[in-house]
Write a protein that binds this ligand. Structure first.
Ligand SMILES: Nc1nc2c(c(=O)[nH]1)N[C@H]1C(S)=C(S)[C@@H](COP(=O)(O)O)O[C@H]1N2
Ligand SMILES: [Mo]
Length: 362
């Protein structure tokens, strides 16, 4: 392997004050660009995470911020390309890792823009959104490696007035890029125009895809012998059959919005969870956990039980086997992964709702 000397392969010619000064300026500008990229990449990750974690009205701004931050990375790309070219010339060990890192970031950007504009919705069997998330998550180890191998050392002056002005200019540039893209989507009538604020596209409610979060399987459930177990602090209190539940159901209109990039609005019929808990006398506790036959589960604050339903029907039909028969959670305002299918138990206890991985692990 070729090893670069401490100053790289291209030492500045001695005595050339001008050359040295220029090189110094490039290095300083490079450090700032790298710092800016580091901030943008971590914000992109954090806002992407948030945009998935919650689906209520206010996170509209998280999604806008996510878009602006992502485009900010593009805004810095011309500056970064100068650094990259200089870096590649120096043949430092690990440059193939850097290349892989940039490819993953580029793929995340391209699929993000493709999804937002609607110009690229799927790549073979996977959605652009899935590729977007996979590339972004896949880039994290590379980002950590990059940070260790090519550390960006913050300085006191990074919080100074000039840096703040630069940060302001970058924010303005990112927002302008976002506004420009949004304008282009509208102006050119791109499919992205019809997307929901979460970025999801409308799907036919009678034909929504059977969607598993990661690797969960579709169980075979005998509806006749199925029972819902109501559990309070580890003690089973009651078992209900489908026939027991049906008279308790009420209609509820709700939008299932999958983080995979589609949504469907329809009329469900289900039992409101707070009523179900009150009926069984197990309403006091901190959280209520919906457990699937498959082991998939989600925990909700008990205070939200009035906005959660255990649904047995959708669009005037009993739930289809792939869609959670005989009973699934309907959680208006929450993204699809909260809508636990094939529910077998509803448990109340004093565990805080947030005492669970932010996203299911199966
Ligand atoms: N048991 C279980 N429930 C689940 C999932 C899963 O993998 N396992 N996937 C969730 C996700 S990510 C979504 S978007 C919805 C999809 O519901 P559908 O298959 O009826 O379209 O179910 C949710 N409920
Ligand atoms: Mo989903």
């Amino acid at each position: 392997m070729r090893r670069a000397g401490p100053r790289g392969n291209q030492p500045a010619p001695p005595g050339s004050r001008h050359r040295r000064q220029t090189a110094h300026n490039v290095v300083v500008a490079g450090r700032r660009t790298n710092l800016g990229l580091l901030v943008l990449l971590s914000w992109a990750l954090a806002s992407g995470f948030l945009a998935f974690a919650i689906g209520e009205g206010w996170d509209r701004w998280v999604v806008v911020a996510h878009g602006a931050v992502g485009l900010g990375i593009l805004v810095l790309a011309p500056w970064k390309s100068v650094i990259v070219r200089r870096g590649l010339r120096r043949h430092r060990p690990g440059s193939s890792w850097s290349v892989a890192f940039s490819i993953l970031v580029a793929v995340a950007l391209a699929t993000g823009i493709g999804h937002a504009t609607g110009l690229l919705r799927s790549i073979g069997p996977v959605t652009a959104m899935q590729v977007h998330v996979a590339a972004a998550l896949g880039s994290v180890p590379f980002a950590l490696w990059h940070l260790a191998a090519r550390p960006v050392r913050p300085r006191r002056t990074d919080l100074g007035r000039r840096s703040l002005l630069r940060a302001g200019a970058l924010s303005a540039g990112s927002l302008a890029a976002f506004g420009g893209l949004a304008g282009a989507i509208r102006g050119a009538g791109l499919p992205g125009r019809s997307a929901r604020f979460t970025g999801s596209y409308s799907a036919d409610p009678r034909d929504i895809p059977v969607t598993q979060w990661l690797t969960d399987s579709i169980p075979t459930v005998d509806v006749g012998s199925w029972r819902l177990r109501l559990v309070a602090r580890g003690q089973e209190v009651e078992q209900l059959s489908l026939a027991d539940l049906e008279p308790l159901t009420e209609p509820v209109r709700a939008t299932l919005d999958c983080t995979g990039g589609w949504f469907a609005d329809q009329l469900w019929e289900g039992v409101r969870l707070d009523r179900l808990l009150a009926r069984a006398g197990i309403g006091d506790g901190r959280s209520v956990r919906a457990v699937s036959i498959t082991g998939y589960d989600r925990r909700f604050p008990v205070a939200d039980a009035g906005r959660l339903w255990l649904a047995t029907r959708a669009g005037d039909e009993p739930l289809a086997p792939g869609h959670g028969a005989p009973a699934r959670i309907v959680a208006p305002g929450r993204r699809g992964f909260w809508w636990v299918k094939w529910v077998t138990a509803i448990e109340v206890d004093d565990t805080p709702w947030w005492w669970q991985p932010p996203f299911p692990l199966r």
